[in-house]
Design a protein around this ligand. Structure first.
Ligand SMILES: [Zn+2]
Length: 153
C-alpha cells in the first residue's frame, strides 16, 4: 500500500464519520436508508483498505527484520575484519588468513578473497587436486577455485 492509498483509506474513514453526522439532518426515511446504505459501502471499502494496510505492514515488518539481520551480520563482519590479512601466494592466488591463529605448525584456514569483498568470511576447502606442491582450494559459498601454495607476501 502506497502512502497515497493509505491517505485515501484515511479519507474514507473521515467520509464515514461525515456521513453518520449527516444522518441527523435528513428528513425522510428514504434519505436515511440511502445514507445508511452509503455508510455501509464506505465501511466495506475502509475495511478492505485496512486489510491491505495490515498486509503491507506485515510485509514491511518482515523486510525490516531481514534488514536488521543483515545489518547485524555486517556489523559483526566489520568489527571482525581487522583480524584478517590478505596474503599473496607463490601461485599469484590470494586468500585471507586469520591473524589470531597462532603459528603452531598446522595449516591455518584460508578465507576466500572474493567472498571477503562481499563481506563474508568463507573458508576455502582443499579439493584434493594439486599442481606440483600447490593445492587447489574451493570456496563453498561462491565456488571460486584459487590455486594456493605458500604465502609470499
Ligand atoms: Zn567465495
Amino acid at each position: 500500500m502506497t502512502r497515497e492509498e493509505f491517505a485515501a483509506a484515511t479519507a474514507g474513514l473521515k467520509g464515514i464519520y461525515d456521513s453518520i453526522k449527516g444522518i441527523y439532518t435528513l428528513k425522510t426515511e428514504a434519505d436515511r436508508a440511502s445514507a445508511i446504505h452509503d455508510i455501509a459501502m464506505k465501511a466495506s471499502d475502509a475495511s478492505m483498505a485496512l486489510l491491505e494496510a495490515r498486509s503491507a505492514m506485515e510485509t514491511l515488518s518482515a523486510e525490516n527484520a531481514q534488514l536488521a539481520k543483515v545489518n547485524a551480520e555486517l556489523c559483526n563482519f566489520m568489527g571482525d575484519k581487522e583480524n584478517y590479512t590478505l596474503k599473496r601466494f607463490n601461485t599469484n592466488g590470494f586468500a585471507y588468513v586469520d591473524n589470531r591463529l597462532s603459528d603452531d605448525g598446522s595449516q591455518p584456514p584460508y578465507f576466500c578473497a572474493h567472498c571477503f569483498g562481499n563481506l563474508k568470511a568463507s573458508i576455502l576447502q582443499p579439493t584434493g587436486e594439486s599442481v606440483g606442491r600447490d593445492r587447489l582450494f574451493k570456496c563453498a559459498t561462491c565456488a571460486a577455485k584459487p590455486l594456493l601454495g605458500h604465502i609470499v607476501s
